[in-house]
Design a protein around this ligand. Structure first.
Ligand code: PLP
Length: 287
């Protein structure tokens, strides 16, 4: 598989980044994960906007423009012969001189792009739904990096690996105020009657691109939207729950902490939202 590193495309085992790179040392960077359908990336401009606005906030100076990054992504898909792919763009603040912790303003940001064949999740995840559990640890809604897609996922990795042996596909974080926050790699939605509920961004959630698409599509399912603060009991008492991200799209959650959600099967609203999302993908990625 070929990868892109700072303007060069090479075989993955020939690509190099400095050992003093700040993403490697401190997780000091930002990344995006996106999905290409038949050679077209869904909501690419949203992904690039989120990436570039995060870089601006974090004062990471990246020399490529958003348009040039887009060109590099599509070039990488082309040279790898990929149509249905999971694409990751990682930007690091750059290499630190003498392993320094402080930012010197002299670092040259680096850009790495990788693309791998998209591996669909088992169909049963969508038709039967998945189990999830509540993570032991808490997200900190006041963390300065909470709304950015930063590469330090250690808490999520630990929580997810505690969930997997219990048969859960996703683990859901509450925040320090015990409000529902998000999954380890997903945003979370609850359905009650004709209301679609999701934690507001100030709960410490990533402003997901799929979350945004789902909120845009909700009125087409005649759903009212409530972004706010929700308790664990409200989550578990919901009629339906689903999680979202750019790769998995919308996955129904039918069981949390061994408790059935609704009647324990995939609900009509989740099915409707999946179908609306599928249509949006088809329309926007038709070439
Ligand atoms: N929340 C977290 C912590 C994530 O890691 C992700 C995606 O990886 C999401 C939410 C969903 O974001 P998106 O819909 O932009 O993929």
């Amino acid at each position: 598989m070929k990868v892109y590193v700072n303007g060069n495309i090479s075989e993955e085992d020939k690509a190099v980044i400095p050992v003093f790179d700040r993403v490697f040392l401190y997780g000091d960077g930002i990344f995006e994960t996106m999905r290409s359908y038949n050679g077209v990336i869904f909501r690419l401009s949203d992904h690039l906007d989120r990436l570039y606005s995060a870089m601006k906030s974090l004062k990471i100076r990246q020399s490529l423009s958003s348009k040039e990054t887009e060109k590099a992504i599509y070039e990488l898909l082309r040279v790898n012969g990929l149509k249905d792919a999971s694409v990751r763009v990682t930007v690091s603040r750059g290499a630190s001189k003498d392993r320094a912790f402080n930012i010197s303003q002299n670092e040259a940001a680096s850009l790495v792009i990788t693309a791998i064949k998209f591996l669909p999740r088992p169909p049963g995840y969508y038709t039967k739904g998945i189990k999830a559990d509540i993570a032991r640890s808490r997200k900190n809604s006041r963390s300065l990096s909470t709304n950015f897609k930063v590469p330090s996922y250690l808490d999520s990795i630990i929580a997810r690996n505690e969930a997997i042996p219990k048969g859960s596909f996703e683990t859901i974080f509450l925040n320090e105020a015990e409000h529902v926050c998000e999954g380890s790699v997903s945003n979370i939605f609850m359905v009650n009657g004709n209301r679609l509920m999701t934690p507001s961004l100030d709960c410490g959630v990533l402003p997901g691109i799929t979350r945004k698409a789902v909120l845009e599509l909700a009125p087409y399912a005649a759903l009212g939207i409530q972004e706010g603060k929700f308790t664990e009991s409200e989550l578990k008492d919901s009629d339906e729950v689903f999680v979202t991200n750019s790769l998995i799209e919308i996955i129904p959650v039918v069981n949390i902490d061994s408790r059935r959600i609704g009647n324990g099967s995939v609900g009509p609203v989740t099915r409707k939202m999946r179908s609306l999302y599928g249509r949006a993908v088809e329309k926007e990625t038709a070439s």
